[in-house]
Design a protein around this ligand. Structure first.
Ligand SMILES: Nc1ncnc2c1ncn2[C@@H]1O[C@H](COP(=O)(O)OP(=O)(O)O)[C@@H](O)[C@H]1O
Ligand SMILES: [Mg+2]
Length: 242
């Protein structure tokens, strides 16, 4: 009985904290938008050192905006709107969105989608967000390596697999990566995988991770991975019946 009461109290406290975090994030966002806007105008007018300073303000403001976006995305209860759709289409448009950043970091993105459509009832926006988070992490963990995005069908589930040849995840960290605010990156928020996990749960799916830290991983010109290092995330979503 006590345990249950403690859990209710803890849940209420979390909800209150979440609400406060959402309010703080929201209040900070508006003035930040004007700081960013004016800094961008200054950047255009100035030259030399002063221009560099304005540029730093612009960059730091956009970093803060990203953090606020993550926090709001995590604490806000979002409404999900599901529709029947081809998972390949969702993955494809998500990849098109990220290609530029991927190439910029010297990484290669390999796309390996099942030729046949994989039909499921999902919220396209939310699933895109989940895939984007996982691909962004793979990209950030990898330097001049390969990120492979694959779709397949296993039994009654659609599988979206994101594999990278990056640094891998330490055994001790694996149990924490889905916890909010757990991050090993200097500018990380630790919210990406927590949000992703929530999205997958909202779809009655599951997400798994396999990782070898500090190993070696290779990839041939056909995009086939070999070796031991790197990380593979798999998102499983229930397929439509029939
Ligand atoms: N593909 C990956 N390779 C290596 N580490 C990863 C990978 N994906 C996630 N991680 C680890 O999980 C942590 C949490 O990820 P995430 O929740 O997205 O937060 P953030 O990206 O802000 O750090 C990362 O800081 C990193 O330590
Ligand atoms: Mg992340």
């Amino acid at each position: 009985m006590h345990a249950l009461k403690n859990r209710v109290v803890a849940a209420e406290r979390m909800a209150a904290l979440g609400e406060m975090a959402a309010r703080v994030a929201h209040e900070i966002r508006n003035p930040l938008v004007s700081v960013g806007g004016f800094a961008r105008r200054l950047e255009k007018k100035l030259s030399g050192n002063l221009r560099d300073y304005a540029n730093i303000i612009v960059d730091e403001v956009s970093r803060l905006e990203d953090i606020l976006k993550d926090i709001l995305g995590f604490v806000r209860a979002t409404k999900i709107t599901k529709k029947k759709i081809n998972i390949n289409e969702i993955v494809d448009s998500t990849i098109n969105f990220i290609t530029h950043e991927t190439l910029e970091r010297g990484n290669v993105l390999v796309k390996d989608l099942l030729p046949a459509p994989i039909i499921a009832t999902i919220d396209p926006q939310r699933i895109k967000e989940a895939i984007l988070n996982v691909i962004a992490n793979a990209n950030q963990a990898t330097d001049h390596g390969v990120v492979t995005v694959k779709t397949k069908q296993e039994g009654k589930e659609a599988v979206i697999e994101v594999a990278d040849t990056g640094c891998g995840i330490k055994q001790d960290d694996l149990k924490n990566i889905f916890n909010p605010f757990f991050t090993t990156r200097p500018h990380g928020t630790g919210l990406g995988l927590a949000i992703t996990h929530r999205i997958i749960e909202e779809h009655s799916g599951r997400i798994t991770v396999e990782s070898i830290w500090g190993g070696e991983r290779d990839i041939d010109e056909k995009g086939v991975l070999s070796g031991t290092g790197g990380t593979t995330f798999r998102i499983y979503l229930p397929l439509d019946e029939n």
